[in-house]
Design a protein around this ligand. Structure first.
Ligand code: ATP
Ligand code: MG
Ligand code: MG
Length: 357
């Protein structure tokens, strides 16, 4: 049996294991936050991947990251640091929000001169779900935190029309295939909902695929990668890249005959790859800081993934995939959710309804 080890054992690792089962793959997520002295028992022919961009070095993580079949090994560090990630986009001539490194010389006034009234500082490493961001506002004379110098980049605030993302895969022999674009809604920096596919996004698909192909080919990447973008008019700007399966691709579990998790495993194990068929459009709702509610699975078009994590404010604890066979079906299930979900869900649910009105 082919074994695939995963650096990290969060929900992405669990869903990779789940997707590996029908293929007869033995997928083993590894808890690298609580390392032990145990040897994992990796064999030469095993394959290693990661469900996160960064991890602490330990005897456990080194067994995985130093294995010759650790796929995309050096790419993780390169993309985990926003400085090297944005540098890569510039080198490859892929459009991205204008930016620079914040160093000891950087002055707030000069950043406002270059980028305008609002400038977004982002920590180079460790940020997720909008954590590790700091807005500089000229009107409020906000300043660069001292310990952010050399540890952050400054980005122009993009007045985007909306956010979309593309999930694609590159095979070991260099072929790229893609899912349709997803439309994403973030609230306070965290993904609340995705809709895919959406016919009105079709005109952007080719440009998005060309951008992600350039990136994956440039890196000689293998496996699933996600590209988050801002849409400004009919142009796309890359916000950030994730060298792994991605939250905005969770809809593929219900909506496609090959999910992003299976597609990633197929690429890693050199199994046949073709463009996944879309079964039906989907709406994905992230479950953030809410208790499990079995009414969700009473929805006739609902599929629940509950991560079995401790529920905390702002923490992703599950997601709900809703199939969108008809407009009426979406309208019905979303109006049910409007009654069941707390206040912070009202705007995202209205956003979904608006797309289906
Ligand atoms: P993730 O959980 O997706 O990894 P993250 O913490 O790495 O998130 P980003 O994706 O860089 O952070 O930013 C989070 C959100 O903040 C974006 O989806 C977008 O809504 C907003 N944002 C980020 N950069 C900009 C920008 N330059 N201008 C305007 N809004 C931005
Ligand atoms: Mg990120
Ligand atoms: Mg992001």
């Amino acid at each position: 049996t082919q074994k695939v080890w995963v650096l990290g054992n969060g929900q992405l690792g669990a869903m990779l294991a789940h997707a590996g089962q029908p293929l007869g793959l033995d997928v083993r997520p590894v808890d690298i936050m609580n390392p032990t002295d145990d040897t994992l028992g990796l064999a030469e022919q095993d394959v290693i991947t990661a469900e996160r961009e960064q991890w602490p070095e330990s005897a456990t993580s080194l067994q995985l990251s130093e294995h010759p079949n650790f796929i995309n090994g050096p790419i993780f560090a390169r993309l985990a640091d926003r400085f090297t990630q944005k540098s890569l986009l510039d080198e490859l001539n892929v459009a991205t929000a204008p930016w620079e490194l914040v160093d000891n010389q950087t002055q707030e006034s000069q950043l406002h001169q270059s980028y305008g009234e609002r400038v977004l500082l982002k920590r180079r490493t460790g940020g997720y779900d909008g954590k590790g961001q700091h807005w500089l506002k000229q009107a409020e004379t906000t300043t660069i935190p001292t310990d952010w110098r050399n540890e952050a980049i400054a980005e122009q605030a993009i007045n985007f029309d909306e956010e979309v993302s593309l999930v694609g895969v590159r095979t070991q022999d260099g072929r790229c295939v893609f899912y349709p674009l997803a439309l994403n809604l973030h609230q306070d920096g965290i993904l609340m909902a995705s809709i895919a596919p959406l016919s009105r996004l079709d005109p952007l698909q080719a440009e998005a695929e060309a951008m992600l192909s350039t990136i994956m080919n440039g890196l000689e990447y293998v496996g699933v990668m996600a590209m988050e973008c801002f849409r400004v008019g009919d142009k796309l700007l890359v916000n950030e890249l994730a060298p792994r399966v991605h939250n905005s691709g969770h809809w593929t579990q219900a909506g496609c005959h090959i999910s992003q998790f299976e597609l990633h495993l197929r690429a890693l194990c050199n199994l046949p790859i073709h463009t996944p068929q879309v079964n039906y459009p989907c709406v994905m709702i992230n479950l953030i800081g809410v208790d499990k509610d079995n009414r969700w699975i009473s929805l006739p078009n609902g599929q629940l993934y509950w991560y079995n994590k401790e529920v905390r404010v702002g923490r992703k604890v599950g997601h709900l995939n809703l199939s969108a066979h008809t407009q009426a079906l979406v309208q019905e299930s979303i109006s049910q959710l409007q009654q069941w979900m707390p206040e912070q869900y009202q705007a995202p649910l209205a956003w979904v309804l608006n797309e289906y009105s």
